[in-house]
Design a protein around this ligand. Structure first.
Ligand SMILES: [Zn+2]
Length: 484
């Protein structure tokens, strides 16, 4: 009987974030899972791990799940926390197995290591030199040679919001299983460009990524290569690997390394030729809010979304920057729902977090209102991204100022799912305005209900203007910070 080790260790590390990442932050705010609990938590979910479990079960393999641990984005983990997650995985591989299927991020940074994924996979490789290892990566990966050299198959998401996590896990596992029977012989080609792409220009419909992904899908469908992945980078992690990359899995039995290299090169050439399209220019905040207010004066079908993209939890934002909320209040917008403001001890709202990495101090906002609801902040995601995952906002209150209902939470959380409002009694479909601390992932749950979408440039550590960051480890020169 085959024995498969299936594990998830995931964190998108914003090295400019004011938020720390203790062990308890993993498990989407409820602590990591080990052993059978890890399997139970991810079975049936729209994640790579969910796909791995299904495929291993179908293959009749004995499944071992030493660890499943994902934290929402924040700053570096400690070495101690990281070891608590990695050692059970090492032990499981050391006990003997036929394959390892890993659900990783690609932009995880530890206090003493800029490349957590490279370290995880190379440690397993040292234990089991011939072990077939499949890896899935997030779209926001900063790829390193150490990771590529020690993995057998690597695939990554092709969507943003990431609604294809299951499909990507399935692709990685399918290729690895075919390699076990000798049906295919995977070989990987990869490349990197000195290009910092603004996350606000990453989505397939917004910049060059859409055309690159179309080409990648065509090459997979044609059978020229087994998998082609674009990784538009995570520019808020300051590492030597930060930049746009691509990785392509070819088949030595068909096209070989040459075909993989050709497809990879073409994908990166498109990104580089169109690099100017990966830059983002913001409109002044007062103009954005005034524009939204005018739109709200005519009856609209569905809420107008106000996207506070510089303070996005899904990328490590403090999620208590009050600049956009203050402007909404100043311009007297009516019938607004806002989520989530992270503030564990609310007196004056938000603004408790300084952001020394970008030279800003927190500024709380004084608001008066009634507490309309108090919840434990738990709900199960029903939208298309992370479907089926139980998530934990911590203690949550709805503060009603008359004009605005503000969801105040203990922990940071990306508003990618309507549940962030509905679990505490607010129906966002019935509001005139909905303000979200998000950049792109809100589109998973909220774009279908929106009448208009207005991007609002506040401040914060997920600023799309990459010139606000004091990078120290980045490989230079790099576009657009340097003339290239
Ligand atoms: Zn991502």
């Amino acid at each position: 009987m085959l024995r498969f080790v299936i594990a998830l260790i995931k964190h998108e590390t914003n090295t400019f974030s004011p938020l720390s990442t203790p062990l308890s932050a993993f498990g989407h705010g409820n602590g990591p899972s080990f052993g059978d609990a890890a399997r139970a938590r991810f079975a049936g979910t729209n994640t790579p791990m969910g796909a791995y479990l299904d495929i291993a079960e179908r293959a009749g393999a004995r499944i071992v799940t030493p660890v499943a641990a994902e934290a929402w984005p924040s700053n570096k983990t400690s070495r101690e926390t990281f070891e608590r997650l990695v050692r059970p995985l090492e032990d499981a591989v050391r006990a003997g197995c036929d394959a390892a299927l890993l659900d990783l991020h690609g932009a995880m940074v530890i206090e003493d290591c800029d490349d957590a994924e490279g370290e995880i996979v190379s440690r397993l490789r040292r234990i089991a030199p011939g072990l077939p290892i499949a890896v899935t990566l997030d779209y926001h990966t900063n790829l390193s040679s150490e990771l590529v050299e020690n993995a057998t198959v690597i695939t990554g998401y092709k969507t943003y919001p990431h609604i294809d996590m299951y499909d990507v896990g399935k692709l990685s596992a399918d290729i690895l299983l075919k390699s076990l029977t000798g049906e295919v012989e995977p070989v990987m080609a990869w490349g990197w460009k000195p290009l910092l792409a603004s996350v606000m220009r990453h989505a397939p419909e917004d910049g060059p990524s859409g055309d690159i992904l179309r080409y990648a899908r065509d090459m997979e469908a044609s059978g020229k290569v087994l998998a082609a992945t674009l990784l538009p980078s995570f520019p808020h992690a300051d590492t030597p690997f930060t930049g746009v990359s691509a990785i392509v899995v070819g088949d030595r039995k068909r096209g070989g390394y040459a075909a993989a290299r050709e497809v990879c090169g073409r994908m990166l050439d498109i990104a580089w030729e169109r690099r100017a399209e990966y830059r983002f220019t913001a409109q002044p905040l007062s103009e954005s809010i005034a524009h939204a207010k005018r739109l709200g004066e005519t009856a609209c079908e569905g809420p107008i979304l106000l996207i506070d993209h510089c303070d996005n939890c899904g990328s490590g934002g403090a999620q208590d920057v009050m600049v956009v909320v203050a402007e909404i209040i100043r311009q007297e917008l009516e019938d607004v729902a806002i989520a989530p403001i992270r503030d564990a001890a609310s007196v004056a709202l938000g603004g408790k977090t300084d952001m020394p990495s970008i030279g800003l101090s927190g500024e709380p906002l004084e608001v008066e209102g009634l507490v309309r609801a108090i919840t434990d902040g738990e709900f199960t995601i029903t939208g298309p991204m992370y479907t089926g995952i139980r998530t934990f906002l911590g203690r949550t209150a709805v503060l009603d100022t008359g004009r605005a209902q503000i969801v105040v939470t203990e922990r940071a959380h990306e508003p990618m799912d309507l549940g962030v409002f509905t679990h505490c009694g607010i129906d966002p479909r019935r509001k005139c305005f909905v303000m979200l601390k998000s950049r792109i992932h809100y589109r998973a749950g909220f774009r279908p209900i929106a009448s208009h979408i207005i991007e609002c440039a506040g401040v914060g550590v997920t600023n799309a203007d990459l010139s606000v960051y004091r990078y120290q480890k980045l490989t230079r020169p790099i576009y657009p910070l340097d003339p290239l």
